[in-house]
Design a protein around this ligand. Structure first.
Ligand code: NCD
Length: 324
């Protein structure tokens, strides 16, 4: 009998903790205290995985991963996180073309069905706000795994966790975001989170891919002097964190505009030779040429460690929303 079954039978089941039963739709839900709580749990789960591989905290629970857009890291790290905590998974991650979505089923109907089978739903969808809509229809927690160019909150949490792990702090750092700041949802979520800290932010992009106005305004409201540039050279020498992103080709209405900006920034060995000795290069991945493979062996290249951290942070989030 699982611990959960025991709790149900003894009437002791009760959701507890700050995220218990909650949806995770936006980073706006996270203040510094809650972030600390998530990262503390992530540290504990890191130790669990490193010591014994798996546990059984989520035995008896089922996760559905419902992905309407391609994914490697987000979907498989959620599946890994659930399984490393002893839970089970329904992976609709090979493309919704194999589900009834291809027959024209609406998102609300799909969600109302999947909540019958699972205790938590992770959703990636091409439309901004889709996770919020899903959450309205779902009685089980919905976790936003990317809603078009909107937000990608769990990625931002693992990005922040990685900065903390790699550099030991967040306050006082100079963080530069590079690439597609307009459509890159990971940049949107991470920027909002970082506004809660005492950091200096630099934004490097072509004019057409600047950070959206609403975020620029938010930054200014938070008392941050916005520093934008087209040129990677302006930031490389001072950055403690270089957060590189892919130009989001799938978001461009006109392929001509993508061709104009693709390949604009490349972090290679030469660029790295100008960077601080103690700094990190991050990327949510996939990369399509923004970071040359010759950089991979550089100890400052943190992007694969960043991907690994995704498992620990998602273990923490799953346990917390399930009140465990
Ligand atoms: C990102 C995404 O899907 O927004 N990938 C990820 O989740 N790790 C970034 C991207 O696709 O460029």
């Amino acid at each position: 009998m699982s611990e959960r079954t025991q709790k149900v039978e003894t009437g002791l089941e009760g959701h507890s903790g700050p995220l218990a039963g909650a949806d995770i739709l936006s980073v706006d839900q996270f203040d510094c205290d809650l972030l600390d709580a998530v990262f503390e749990r992530a540290d504990i789960f890191r130790q669990l995985v490193e010591a014994v591989g798996t546990g059984d905290r989520l035995a008896g629970y089922v996760l559905t991963c419902l992905f309407y857009e391609p994914s490697t890291r987000t979907s498989s790290s959620f599946l890994a996180a659930m399984q490393r905590l002893g839970g089970r998974v329904i992976p609709i991650t090979q493309g919704v073309q194999f589900s009834s979505v291809s027959k024209g089923e609406s998102l609300p109907d799909t969600i109302r069905t999947l909540e019958q089978y699972s205790d938590v739903i992770v959703l990636r969808h091409p439309e901004v706000g889709a996770a919020r809509v899903a959450a309205e229809y779902s009685s089980v927690p919905v976790i936003n795994a990317g809603d078009g160019p909107g937000e990608h909150p769990t990625q931002a949490l693992l990005d922040l966790y990685t900065i903390q792990q790699e550099l030991g702090r967040i306050d006082g750092l100079k963080i530069a975001m590079v690439g597609d700041l307009r459509y890159g949802r990971t940049v949107h979520s991470l920027t909002k989170l970082l506004l809660q800290y005492d950091v200096s932010l630099r934004f490097v992009s072509p004019d057409s891919l600047r950070l959206p106005m609403v975020l620029r305004n938010k930054a200014e409201d938070a008392g941050l002097k916005l520093r934008e540039t087209h040129d990677l050279s302006d930031v490389i020498e001072n950055a403690d964190v270089l957060y590189v992103t892919r130009i989001q080709r799938e978001r461009f209405a006109d392929p001509k505009h993508y061709d104009e900006v693709k390949g604009l920034y490349t972090v290679d060995r030469k660029v790295m030779s100008r960077a601080k000795e103690r700094m990190v290069v991050m990327h949510p991945l996939p990369r399509v040429g923004e970071i040359a493979p010759e950089v991979d062996g550089d100890p400052r290249a943190a992007y694969f460690r960043q991907a690994r951290n995704g498992v620990y942070v998602r273990m923490a989030l799953l346990a917390m929303v399930l009140g465990q």
